[in-house]
Ligand binder design. Structure first.
Ligand code: BGC
Length: 756
């Protein structure tokens, strides 16, 4: 279809009608011109296609299909190929079901561990979240189905999500909350993006021209269309002016009417409507032209294959948090008791718009029954009053067994779209149960089901913990395979598990007064904060054990001095020194050792997953570029490298660094210099031009001060030259005249030269 020609044939009313949906999940058709509807569905961890009554909260039914692990579990695989495979699998399902756009992935940052939707998001780290999202998008779109990353942007809580105003400074916004979206847009090239409900710095995202146009399109090169989150549309005219394309859901007569009126009264140009419609139809056209010629049949075979993909991700995303004295895997001939409702009815997905109607959910009990295990319920997620009785039954039963495997986790009512958790605790009944069972002198293993961090007050008294996260339909089968060592748990945490909620940096400003959060902790979220404060955590970002062990040897960096226009290659050998085959997730962090700006001690700038058989060794390599060293400079409104020394760290987690290397990086970008009487000398010297002009004068002052110090028998006292240097550096340039170090006219001439 020739989109431009089609648009040129449309009446203003027809064009305006395309700016909103015809129902919950479809765009409008223009039958007169042969334009049909376009269907979109949630996402992100399965296909939630509704054929009957519709809603955006998971209230009504949807087609029966496969539920995959949620984003937090996918991120724990640190495996971009798997994230892409998930996208491809979902893309194929969309093709089979006639769906043109999938509403995912969700990639908001985990500012607080209690955000109700954290299970739907990847990480607290923007680099990891961006890479996983881009891979998922590439997968979905490889099938000619549009992906729609969401929720753009600074939508990091559920409380008053439709009205809250997130106040975020520019550096924090770009460095933390936008980086994952930027990577998703630049590397995944999504055909659409969903703007969030909230206001950002005072403006609703659906009307935020700075974000939807200046940043998204002009800075990052996004060329798809912007759709509102469901119900996030505000002023129709303001939306079009800001760069919004589609208001969902429909039908909604107000949007087209308001747009037509605005064109007629001259406050909106028809060209802008043409642009908005063209951007939607170009994507529609792309989906038609890129749709595979023939789709797989939607039969039991494809469902089985999709289930196998869900299983592969569930296995790869599970994180072994503790394994004292090699408690796991379970050895042959042991008498094993499964305790906990989740062994039979696992918690495997979150509630809300991502909720999938699973065709089949595996439970651990069914998969382990042939191994001769027994089961007791242990707790009742629906009724706490049964807690004491069920706990006593479990404790009595446990006495006859060698190993107690407790299936615990957050009930569905704890984690959902629409509200945040109150704390990071498991239900008290579960904590009591684990505590009592772990003091019986038996081997105790906890299998966790949770989409976000929980406190583990019993961690010291249990032998092992496997965190399954919310791992989709295959969760039960995956848990059994991992427990008995038929698969090796190799995932790592994509999010820090704090000791207690009040340790979290957003604690004092989450969810903000009246749901208006001020992101006062700035760039220090997740491990960036815990590391800098050296606060103990329950489990750090990037952490996870395995049934085998890996050694890291021979770290090399191909250059110890580069400019920010160059790249550096870092290599390291990883060696499986244990007796199980396994995957190691190798992480690369960078620190800026000489910055004049506040920077985290470690920032993830690379990760690689490598499969190694026992005794096998492989070389892993990373490429570092400007962004590996840069921070967002507000004077430049861009990422910027400050010349200086950096440390490159390679490790098995954020707090298990195995090797480091030093590198000097020279920044080649200049910060725009605007000097007045009050500009500090240090700020002038930080720029290339400032250094050229003021540098020699500054050196001369230092020399004179040192000479005078010597002449007066060190009159400045010990440390005098350091004192002199820092006092001068921190002085506004005009002050040079106040101290008679220069004449006022001379200072003015200097300022003029600097500003030229
Ligand atoms: C959610 C979106 C979802 C949409 C449609 C909204 O409530 O925030 O993530 O895609 O509904 O169901």
């Amino acid at each position: 279809m020739d989109v431009k020609e089609l648009v040129s044939k449309m009446t203003l009313e027809e064009k305006a009608s395309l700016l909103t949906g015809s129902d919950f999940w479809h765009t409008k058709a223009v039958e007169r011109l042969g334009l049909s509807q376009f269907m979109m569905c949630d996402g992100p961890n399965g296909l939630r296609k509704q054929e009957g009554e519709s809603d955006h909260l998971g209230l009504h039914g949807s087609i029966s299909t496969v539920c995959y692990p949620t984003a937090s579990a996918v991120a724990s695989t640190f495996d971009v190929d798997l994230a892409e495979k998930l996208g491809t699998t979902l893309g194929k399902e969309c093709v089979r079901e006639g769906v043109s756009m999938l509403l995912g992935p969700g990639l908001n940052m985990k500012r607080s561990p209690v955000c109700g939707r954290n299970f739907e998001y990847y990480s607290e780290d923007p680099y990891l979240a961006g890479k996983m999202a881009a891979a998922y998008i590439r997968g979905v779109q490889s099938q000619g189905v549009a992906a729609c990353p969401k929720h753009f942007a600074a939508n990091n809580q559920e409380y008053r999500r439709m009205s809250g105003n997130s106040t975020v400074d520019e550096r924090t916004l770009f460095e933390i909350y936008l980086t994952a979206f930027e990577t998703a847009v630049k590397e995944g090239k999504p055909k659409s993006i969903m703007c969030s409900y909230n206001k950002l710095n005072g403006t609703y995202m659906s009307e935020n021209k700075y974000m939807l146009k200046d940043v998204l399109r002009d800075k990052w090169g996004f060329d798809g269309f912007v759709v509102t989150d469901w119900g996030a549309g505000k002023g129709a005219k303001e939306g079009v002016l800001a760069g919004l394309n589609l208001v969902m859901p429909g039908p909604n007569d107000d949007t087209p009417k308001a747009v037509v009126e605005a064109v007629k009264d001259g406050s909106l140009s028809e060209e802008l409507i043409d642009k908005a419609v063209t951007e939607i139809l170009e994507v529609f056209n792309w989906t038609v032209e890129n749709r595979p010629a023939s789709a797989d049949a939607s039969d039991e075979m494809t469902k089985k294959a999709d289930y196998e993909t869900a299983l592969e991700i569930a296995l790869a995303g599970a994180v072994l948090l503790k394994n004292s004295n090699r408690a796991l895997p379970i050895r042959e001939g042991r008498k094993v008791l499964f305790v906990g409702e989740f062994a039979k009815k696992p918690r495997y997905q979150g509630s809300g718009s991502s909720h999938i109607n699973s065709a089949y959910v595996s439970n651990a009990f069914d998969f382990a029954v042939e191994k001769g295990i027994s089961f007791v319920q242990g707790y009742d997620t629906k009724n706490n009053e049964n807690g004491c009785r069920l706990r006593n039954e479990a404790v009595t039963a446990a006495k006859d067994f060698d190993e107690i495997i407790i299936f615990a986790g957050l009930p569905g009512s704890y984690e959902s779209e629409g509200f945040d958790r109150k704390d990071i605790n498991l239900p008290a009944e579960q904590n009591k149960l684990i505590d009592e069972l772990s003091h019986l002198g038996k081997k105790t293993v906890v299998v966790m089901h949770n989409g976000a961090p929980v406190a583990m007050p019993w961690i010291d008294s249990v032998d092992a913990v496997i965190d399954m996260q919310l791992s989709g339909d295959a969760t039960g089968e995956a848990a059994v395979k991992l427990l008995w060592g038929e698969a090796n748990p190799c995932g790592k945490l994509a999010e820090t598990y704090p000791v207690k909620l009040s340790d979290n940096p957003s604690f004092l400003s989450f969810p903000g007064d009246m749901g208006n959060p001020v992101y006062a902790e700035g760039i220090y979220i997740g491990y960036r904060y815990y590391e800098k404060k050296r606060l103990p955590v329950l489990f750090p970002f990037g952490y996870g054990l395995s049934y085998t062990e890996f050694e890291y040897l021979n770290m090399k960096i191909d250059s110890d001095k580069i400019t920010d226009r160059d790249t550096a290659t870092v290599t390291i050998d990883v060696w499986n020194v244990g007796s199980y085959a396994g995957d190691e997730i190798v992480q690369l962090y960078v620190s800026d050792d000489s910055s004049t700006f506040s920077r985290p001690l470690k920032e993830l700038k690379g990760f690689k997953k490598v499969h190694l058989n026992p005794g096998e060794k492989k070389t892993v390599s990373f490429t570092l570029d400007k962004r590996s060293f840069a921070f967002y400079n507000e004077a430049l409104h861009d990422f910027y490298v400050e010349s200086g020394d950096f440390t490159v760290m390679i490790g098995a987690s954020s707090n298990d660094i195995r090797h480091t290397a030093a590198i000097y990086v020279e920044g080649t970008q200049d910060i725009p210099l605007h000097v007045d009487m009050f500009t500090c000398i240090a700020d002038i010297l930080a720029s290339r031009k400032g250094k050229e002009i003021l540098g020699p004068i500054f050196e001369q002052f230092k020399k004179e001060a040192a000479a005078s110090g010597e002449k007066h028998d060190d009159a400045m006292g010990e440390g005098g030259s350091e004192m002199f240097e820092s006092m001068i550096l921190e002085m506004p340039i005009g002050t040079l005249a106040n101290f008679g170090m220069m004449g006022m006219e001379e200072v003015k001439a200097l300022i003029e030269a600097l500003n030229k």
